[in-house]
Design a protein around this ligand. Sequence first.
Ligand code: SF4
Length: 240
Amino acid sequence: MQTDQQRRQYLQAMVIQTWLLRRPESRCLEEAPISENVDIHQANQVVSALEQPVVATDWHGLQAEVSVCRRCDLCQQRNQTVFGVGNPDADLLVVGEAPGAEEDAQGEPFVGASGKLLNQMLLAIGLKRENVYIANIVKCRPTDDRDPRAAEVAACEHYLKQQIALIQPKIIFAVGRIAAQNLLKSDQKVGDMRGQKFEYGDSRISLVVSYHPAYLLRMPSAKRKAWQDLLFARQVLNSK
Ligand code: SF4
């Protein structure tokens, strides 16, 4: 059980004023790269590759499949795939965007400064990193940390879908625009999606949107809103 003092420490670590506590609660396909400039022959090959089903239906098989995946360009310069981390039976699934340099080096999502902040955010609502599951929209690092392209997201989304089907979380906490827009098939801004309870796909798993920890590091003034999102996510989770 988390004490108020522990909570205050975590919140202080997030640089959130503690008075807030008083508020009410491919070139990897061998023949054709996936890029925005493929010709029709290449495009047909890409489509064909994307139509190949993800074979693995069990956790370890899926992990193994992702580890050798060459379905899109992002395999070219990765050091390794970043499958996800945490409890595969978690009630809460955090979904971010894509691995960055540190994640690519360590093979784990949300490490470094962003990961530290995410851990503190989770602890602030009584959840340890190892008790939730953390994954990204794409499993390989886009070079120069650009946003993943639509074709790359499309190539990779079967894996996340399968992860969600296996985890069956009670709530998905989508952090950042790329995660929220792709999971909800929406073009709304994060700021417009915050504070609402969405449903993910046919499974109708509750989904709450917030800012990406990397954004919060750049924009500390948004941490207060992120704290409100965390409380809302906790409330949704508690209602399950
Ligand atoms: S990003 Fe996804 S689809 Fe692309 S190579 Fe990596 S694991 Fe495969």
